[in-house]
Design a binder for this molecule. Sequence first.
Ligand code: GLU
Length: 426
Amino acid sequence: MVQRSQGESAVCEAANPFEGVQRRIDAICERMNIDQGIHARLRKCERELMVNFPVRMDDGKVKVFTGFRIQHNDTRGPAKGGIRYHPDVTLDETRALAAWMTLKTAVVSIPYGGAKGGVICDPKVMSQGELERLTRRYASEISILIGPEKDIPAPDVGTNPQVMAWIMDTYSMNKGYSVLGVITGKPLELGGSKGRFEATGRGCMLSAKMAAKHLGMNIKEATVVVQGFGNVGMVAAKLLAKEGCRIIAVSDSRGGIYNPKGLDPEDVLRHKTETCSVVGYQDSETVTNAELLELQCDILVPAALEDEIYKANAPNIKAKLIIEGANGPTTAEADEILGDRGITVIPDVLANAGGVIVSYFEWVQGIQSFFWDEAEVNDKLQHVMANAFEEVMSISQHEKVDMRTAAYMLAIGRIAKAITLRGIYP
Ligand code: GLU
């Protein structure tokens, strides 16, 4: 979350991200006349585990870390969702992220529910040894919830394939045999899927292309601003540049760079790898993350954290199209402002679903012990994304609602049907 000066806070809009999700769920359930019992279930997370666990740090001292694993809903299949390592992780943020996963897996119609995990820590200042010990202990602590048939974690902000490998190994050691399917986003050498690393960014690129087509925008002439230059933003920038877009600004947590003539994402990545930040890149002007969001452009890809577009800056956004690479980058109030201003938002639960779609492919390939080549993975991803996009677009046009409302309607309709079919136990 961005640091804001007083009076600028998005807190007045919803007390926390989970309350924001609950409000959106309320609005959709009321609009669709969803059964009161189903609505009440969707407002809550099914299972919430909070763990406080010790890790021996490199200086010999023991530090206690707090982590969470939350399953929002598993009606349509095993709970699914990433693990976040970040100093600002909270219980309510993890709840919101878990709920978005339930909606996301339903929007793209893959047989999963939604979950999320997180540890309050700053992986940027921890050694590899500390990260490994933290990961292994956290994995042991949450092993009462996770498993290949019940809850399958994956990478999120601050975690990567190496962290997934440690979780897979720890879970397997406790079981006594190798359990590859307990996690996705694994390294290729350990049953990972080709195309998984790029999948979220690729899904953003595909969403941008499909949305641009509907808007009559020529993608080859589009100017693009990307907030966040991690796994999602960096890949989205790279693939959009390949489609002919001009990437005029990108940023990371330390700030942004702007060049109206265009930036080469591959070269910016080289600079970031060398210096740990995009800032300072040659032939570019330095901008703040706040300024970056308000730059003149055709497509804006917020691919950092939640609540970046909120009441105060929404009136100043100049993009025509927003592709939500991050989860929850737009507050509900900002959404309304953007809608009134005629800006199209392709919501997170659709735009960034590429990651969990290829996670699903990884899980399926692991179960059948037969792995596909990258072209096949990308082709199947494109197919799932295109179907979901068209279904959401069709609801948006028929019901005359924005794409987020349409995506929520599609998802909640599917989840409600599944809940009704299963009934209530006992
Ligand atoms: N963390 C990613 C997301 O928010 C991927 C989750 C997954 O692959 O399970 O969608």
